[in-house]
Each structure stands twice: as structure tokens, then as C-alpha cells.
Design a protein around this ligand. Structure first.
Ligand code: ADP
Length: 278
């Protein structure tokens, strides 16, 4: 049997403040899949992303991503390429949009060596092709302050994908955008995923977004989080904004909403944020 690309087995994560964010959580994701994580605020969704990105180590249990166990002595495997995008895209203000998109190519092997070897022109073409794919043709020479929030988020998707990541981790990437821009970006993200098929783990509060984009939706319990429910979304692709208003989606969203409402009502109050550190 092939191993899942991502697996969390019996994972518990307690922060140093004492907050138990995850308690004996299991999750398995196959390579190339698109999975959305939904659940009440504070249930541990971002904590799962950080464990998968190897930014946090589990207190107990095992996290394996692409055959590499988090925190284990390094294996003779090339480092996994990961793309990240968050709610507020942070761009370097002194660089153009194209240069911002190219930043991972300066940092991540094997591109880093080629960047140094003056393949910059080729990489600029690569960034430009992505910008064009998300509707930002002609904006590569602009500075971040010249773009709207939606345009910056498009550019941040390009930056997350420019180094051909095997894994794309998205934490509320469209959370700060208005509904119309968000729906446009769903189409852009879906097209990029269909084209390149990275494994995607998307954290979102927007259930329609989860149903429109993902192949699977995992609903988490209130903190300490565990996966309560795992729903397959079998709607054909490409899915459109119309799909997101289809009766099947409405039924699915309503079922998820009820599940999360139950989980929220079972939730303990959030602990005080004093000394919030991993
Ligand atoms: P979600 O993404 O589902 O909103 P998080 O994974 O961010 O939830 O947080 C889960 C719980 O862990 C919350 O109670 C949060 O306050 C707490 N938490 C998150 N990060 C830290 C940290 N660095 N130090 C202490 N507690 C944290």
C-alpha cells in the first residue's frame, strides 16, 4: 500500500503556555490531493499547517510529509519544496511585483544555485507567465503599494507556486478580500492547481470556498482539535462561481455549518493570550 503524502498519526500538540491545541489527531492526505480544513476558530487548523510545514514539532505522535518525518534526523532525500500563502500577503516594498514573485527562486534549492548562475532572465519569464495566468499581465514592474489587496493576493499565489512546490499550504489566503475578488481568486487557484497538481492543504472559514475548491473537506472539533468528519467533494472540474451556488453545494455547506455549530457549542473558552509562544 502506498503511504499518504502527508500523515499525522496520533498527534498531540501542547504549546508552552499549556494550551492543548491538538489531542491525538489523525489525518492522511494523498499526493496531489486538495484538502480543506474547516472548524471553529482556535480549534488548531493553523497548528496543523505549522506541523506539516515543520515549523512546529508534535508533543507526541508522528508527522510524516513526503516520506520525511518531522524532527527526525535528516534523511537522504532532497528537501521538500513548500509554497505558503497567508491572509495578508507580505511583499518586500523595495522590490517590483515580479521580483517579489521570484524571491523563492533566490532561496530554495535547486533554483538558488541557478539564480546565482545568472538564470535570472529565465526566472523572470517564469514569474511573468504565472502573473499572466492569474490576470496580472503588465503589472510585473509595479511596486506592491501600487496594487490592490486582491492583486497582491494574486501575486502572493504566484510567489507560492513559482518554485514548483510539491506542497502548497494556504492559511485563509482570501480571508481579507471582498466576495467578488475572492470568487475570482478561487478560479485562479483552481486553474493553478489543475495545471500543476501540488498537494494543497487549505485552511478556511468560508465553507463555500472549501466546497468549491477542495476534493476533501475535513471538519475539526473545537480545541483540542481532532478531525470530526471527512467529506469527499466529487463535483466535476473546473468548478465555477455558478457551481458554488449549486444545490449540492448549498446542501453540503449547510451540513458543514451545522457540524461546526455543534463543535462550537461544545467548545471551552479561549485561554488568555498572555505569553503566547510555541
Ligand atoms: P485556528 O487556526 O483553528 O484558529 P490555531 O491553530 O491558530 O487555531 O490555535 C489553536 C489554539 O492554540 C488556540 O487556542 C490558540 O490560541 C492557541 N495557540 C496558537 N498558537 C499559539 C502559540 N504560539 N502559543 C500558545 N498558544 C497558541
Amino acid at each position: 500500500m502506498t503511504q499518504p503524502f502527508i500523515s499525522l498519526s496520533d498527534v498531540t500538540l501542547r504549546y508552552r503556555t499549556g494550551t492543548l491545541a491538538l489531542d491525538r489527531t489523525d489525518l492522511a492526505i494523498d499526493e496531489g490531493d486538495f484538502v480543506a480544513l474547516v472548524g471553529p476558530s482556535g480549534c488548531g487548523k493553523s497548528t496543523i499547517l505549522k506541523l506539516v510545514a515543520n515549523l512546529l514539532q508534535p508533543s507526541s505522535g508522528v508527522v510524516v510529509v513526503g516520506g520525511r518525518e518531522a524532527g527526525a534526523p535528516s534523511l537522504p532525500l532532497p528537501r521538500l519544496r513548500i509554497g505558503l500563502a497567508f491572509q495578508n500577503p507580505t511583499m518586500l516594498p523595495w522590490l517590483t511585483i515580479r521580483q517579489n514573485v521570484m524571491v523563492p527562486l533566490k532561496i530554495v534549492p535547486p533554483f538558488r544555485a541557478e539564480f546565482a548562475a545568472k538564470k535570472k532572465g529565465e526566472f523572470a519569464d517564469r514569474a511573468e507567465a504565472l502573473l499572466e495566468q492569474v490576470g496580472l499581465k503588465g503589472f510585473g514592474d509595479k511596486r506592491p503599494w501600487q496594487l490592490s489587496g486582491g492583486m497582491l493576493q494574486r501575486a502572493s499565489l504566484c510567489r507560492a507556486l513559482v518554485h514548483d512546490p510539491q506542497l502548497l499550504l494556504l492559511d485563509e489566503p482570501f480571508g481579507a478580500l471582498d466576495q467578488f475578488t475572492r470568487e475570482e481568486l478561487w478560479a485562479a487557484l483552481q486553474a493553478l492547481w489543475m495545471d500543476r497538481k501540488p498537494t494543497v492543504l487549505l485552511v478556511t472559514h468560508d465553507l463555500r470556498e472549501a466546497a468549491t475548491l477542495a476534493n476533501r473537506i475535513c471538519v475539526m472539533s473545537a480545541r483540542p482539535g481532532r478531525i470530526l468528519e471527512d467529506r469527499a467533494v466529487t463535483l466535476p472540474r473546473p468548478r465555477t462561481v455558478e457551481t458554488s451556488y449549486a444545490p449540492e453545494v448549498a446542501t453540503l455547506v449547510q451540513a458543514l455549518r451545522l457540524r461546526i455549530a455543534e463543535a462550537r457549542s461544545a467548545a471551552e473558552p479561549e485561554p488568555s493570550p498572555a505569553g503566547a509562544m510555541a
